[in-house]
Design a protein around this ligand. Structure first.
Ligand code: SAM
Ligand code: DTB
Ligand code: SF4
Length: 337
């Protein structure tokens, strides 16, 4: 959806906007379901990149202990525990700029994915940049979706990260889609961006062809020691508006109410679900930061009469439509399309 259309929606009176997004939600998501995704950081800290929101960048003194890639058995234990609490999607994250075929660590990750995908949950990974070969191997190993966020608008991105570019991010997304994997792509609110930056990010993501399978909307968790420590929290109404425009512009995508739920009351979360969010990160920890306790989430889900969405291991990636070009890629001269 184009920026001008998103802007017009966003600027509607609050109730008009959420009425519209609720109608789109009801037309596309008949059941009152919420997807429960559990995160695990399989490689924590020591990252070469300088993303100014991230506790895992080696550029900042965040007090985080750097850890090696987890052993497969330890990951399996955590995945089984997540399944036992009712989680339907297991998302493994690594603090890397990216991965390369033929390296030991990539081989290890592929082995982990192969085993985790036997457990019946959807398997998502977020490992940073991947090329066409890596993307194909990840799909073959059993990944159902690849998470790679754009995080903010192209214009604001350079204020947040200097070690890689927006085009690098787009190229990875395109590689993932070309390999036939579903893309999970969203952003963070609260990085000092304007409302227009937020809407530009939604424009870029919603204009992907095919659209993403899921769209995480994170609120910044201001991590001690990062340049964004001490940043003001995002207003609940701004968050709900962004969820609503994401729902309207990407009717079939799961819209995930992601990082930052510890800062939200149950009533604020209920408003997010009403506006079209239908997925959460579930489990006491995100990657390094806190998340609401499982018991509290289950109580909220029960209170609202929601139920957990079943996993779809045979999930087909959304299909591209013929009437518009495929998702953009890096646009450099070496790149053919
Ligand atoms: N290194 C990989 C990458 O950058 O794509 C994967 C891991 S990275 C931590 C995944 C995503 O977590 C980021 O793109 C960002 O959206 C989110 N994230 C990281 N730190 C955050 C924070 N402090 N608050 C909110 N979201 C955060
Ligand atoms: C996403 O959009 N949010 C998740 C997941 N994808 C990888 C990560 C949130 C991280 C929050 C900060 C932390 O735990 O360090
Ligand atoms: Fe590294 Fe990803 Fe954190 Fe950026 S967001 S510093 S790439 S782990």
């Amino acid at each position: 959806m184009l920026f001008s259309e998103l802007k017009a929606l966003h600027d509607l009176p609050f109730f008009d906007l959420i009425q519209k997004s609720r109608a789109v939600h009801d037309a596309n998501w008949k059941e009152n379901e919420v997807q429960l995704c559990t995160l695990l950081s399989i490689k924590t800290g020591g990252c070469s990149e300088d993303c100014s929101y991230c506790a895992q960048s080696s550029r900042y003194n965040t007090g985080l202990e750097v850890e090696r890639l987890m052993e497969k058995d330890a990951v399996m234990e955590r995945a089984k525990a997540a399944r036992a609490t009712g989680s339907t999607r297991f998302c493994m994250g690594a603090a890397w700029r990216g991965v390369r075929s033929g390296t030991k660590r990539f081989e290890q990750v592929l082995e982990i994915i192969e085993d985790v995908s036997e457990l019946g949950m959807e398997v998502c990974v977020t490992l940073g940049e991947v090329g066409p070969d890596e993307a194909k191997q990840l799909k073959k190993a059993g990944v159902t979706a690849y998470n790679h966020n754009l995080d903010t608008s192209r214009e604001h991105y350079t204020n947040i990260v200097s070690t890689h570019t927006y085009d690098d991010r787009l190229q990875t997304i395109r590689n993932v889609q070309d390999a036939g994997m579903s893309v999970c792509c969203g952003g963070i609110l609260g990085l000092g961006e304007t409302t227009d930056d937020r809407l530009k990010m939604i424009e870029t993501v919603s204009e992907f062809n095919p659209q993403p399978e899921s769209v995480p909307i994170n609120s910044l968790m201001p991590m001690p020691g990062t340049p964004l420590e001490g940043t003001d929290p995002v207003s609940v109404f701004d968050l709900v508006r962004m969820i609503a425009v994401a729902r309207i512009s990407m009717p079939k995508a799961k819209v995930r109410l992601s990082a930052g739920r510890t800062l939200l009351s149950p009533e604020a979360q209920a408003m997010c679900f009403f506006a079209g969010a239908n997925s959460i990160f579930y489990g006491d920890k995100l990657l390094t930061a806190a998340n609401p306790a499982v018991e509290r989430d289950l109580a909220l889900i029960d209170e609202l009469g929601l139920s957990a969405q079943k996993p779809d291991r045979s999930m087909q990636a959304p299909l591209a439509t013929d009437d518009k070009p495929l998702s953009p890629c890096c646009k450099t001269s070496e790149c053919a399309s």
